[in-house]
Design a protein around this ligand. Structure first.
Ligand SMILES: [Zn+2]
Length: 258
């Protein structure tokens, strides 16, 4: 009897893995580069990630209007490089299930497994309102009263989904929009432009104005570097998207330049 049960479970396990693989393959095949001549629909799904009542309160008061800044920003920034684009922000329903946790160690297998789980999660959560989204971001909100540093956010270019950790606080809204837009651009293929160990923007690719003379003070951050370099080894957090810009390399990575 026993060997038979074992082989039964083995078949089930292999079938599930094959199913996930199939979903991934279909996703990858479907995702060509973003066509920027078409309207870009960005779907946002808030999630109460720490389970606090205060976070619930914050989520209930979220309005689409606070994300419109992102639309305006992308349309203005892209105009430096190409024909006009049209971005539409959508605030979707609040979800109960949290996206799978991003692995802390960067072992390739763990990251691959996580990315499969994340795509599976996105597939499970999909409803008709998500159908026309170009990108879907899951916004995990945490009350800053209980946590002072957020884990890293991540977005997948294949699948065009992102898991974004944000503070459930009005005061943090402008910086939340920076994080959100940064992740959004990852979903379109932009890469990080800061030193992963130190957080310092990389010269010249992580500078808003690398050619500026003298080099400091820089007034803005490059969006994919995330910080304003104030010297070769110091930086500060920009206060809002207004203190950031998208440089030529990032524009090229997302397909704004040919
Ligand atoms: Zn990043």
């Amino acid at each position: 009897m026993k060997p038979r049960t074992n082989s039964f479970w083995k078949i089930i396990r292999v079938s599930i893995l094959l199913l996930i693989l199939l979903i991934v393959l279909i996703n990858n095949w479907r995702d060509q580069n973003q066509n920027w001549n078409q309207p870009i629909v960005v779907m946002l799904h808030p999630i109460n990630a720490d389970g606090q009542p205060s976070t619930d309160q914050y989520i209930q008061h979220l309005r689409l209007s606070q994300f419109i800044e992102i639309k305006t920003y992308l349309e203005q920034q892209s105009a430096n490089y190409r024909q006009p684009i049209f971005v539409m922000m959508k605030l979707g329903r609040t979800l109960n299930a949290k996206p799978p946790r991003v692995p802390e160690e960067s072992s390739i297998l763990k990251v691959m497994w996580w990315s499969l789980k994340f795509r599976f999660y996105a597939w499970q959560q999909r409803k008709s309102e998500d159908q026309h989204a170009s990108v879907t971001l899951y916004l995990n909100y945490y009350d800053p009263q209980y946590i002072n540093q957020l884990k890293h956010s991540t977005a997948l270019e294949k699948g065009r989904i992102g898991s974004v950790n944000l503070f459930a606080s009005k005061k943090q809204d402008p910086q939340n929009n920076i994080v959100l837009t940064h992740e959004l651009l990852h979903a379109f293929g932009a890469t990080d432009k800061y030193n992963l160990q130190t957080g310092q923007p990389i010269y010249p690719i992580g500078y808003a104005k690398p050619e500026q003379q003298p080099r400091y003070p820089q007034k803005q951050a490059e969006l994919m570097a995330g910080k304003i370099p104030v010297s070769d080894d110091q930086n500060k957090m920009p206060e809002s998207l207004k203190n950031t810009r998208i440089n030529r390399l990032t524009a090229q990575e997302v397909g704004w330049l040919n």
